[in-house]
Design a protein around this ligand. Structure first.
Ligand code: B12
Length: 140
């Protein structure tokens, strides 16, 4: 449901959104994912998930995505983002983690990425700068 909220607010703000549902129990393999991604044109990749999906997100998804789209920012949100943000930044290829509710955060974040602005004034984020992990103020 989280991803639908995020997609809804993005569409309302005139962004284009494509959703690929790679639930852990579904039968996509990585060739199929790659084939599907090739049909999309995108600037930023958002991932959601639960902590139980950590290995899948860590080992496979972010490494595959970064190898294919090394210049695109990868943002992880959802319960996994809120629960283990520092671990995700250390062990996956994610660039930015959204912590807590994402509706306001995602709009501010995309604007900052577009304008190449610093992320420190956006609440509810964790991100890496020069290999150091920074947390911004919590989302209320
Ligand atoms: C509904 C629900 C379910 C549903 C639907 C799950 C789903 N995949 O959506 C069902 C019944 C299927 C389910 C199953 C399970 N669930 Co459940 N479920 C919930 C519940 C009650 C609500 C989740 C919800 O929809 N919230 C509303 C949405 C709008 O919020 P959201 O997803 O957090 O999204 C917001 C932010 O996180 C953020 N966001 C989300 N994604 C992204 C992405 C980006 C890029 C950005 C920027 C932001 C962002 O923005 C959104 C809007 O603010 C929560 C507990 C709770 N009270 O929150 C547990 C919960 C999420 N479930 C949990 C668990 C453990 C499970 C199961 C593993 C249980 C099991 N043993 O089988 C399975 C996993 C199924 C699966 N493969 O996903 C745990 C997760 C623990 C964790 N830290 O990861 C929770 C927190 C319960 C708990 N307290 O233990 N669950």
């Amino acid at each position: 449901m989280g991803v639908a909220y995020i997609a809804g607010i993005l569409i309302q703000s005139h962004y284009q959104v494509s959703i690929l549902d790679i639930n852990i129990n579904s039968c996509y393999n990585f060739n199929e994912i790659q084939n599907k991604l090739e049909t999309y044109d995108f600037d930023v990749i958002g991932i959601t998930g639960l902590v139980a999906q950590y290995n899948y997100i860590k080992k496979e998804t972010t490494y595959l995505l970064k190898s294919l789209y090394h210049d695109k920012k990868i943002i992880i949100g959802g319960f996994i983002g809120s629960t283990v943000p520092d671990l995700l930044l250390q062990k996956t290829k994610a660039d930015i983690i959204a912590i807590g509710e994402g509706e306001v955060t995602i709009i501010e974040l995309l604007k900052a990425i577009e304008e190449e602005k610093d992320l420190s004034s956006i609440d509810g984020l964790a991100f890496k700068k020069n290999e150091e992990i920074f947390f911004t103020k919590k989302e209320i």
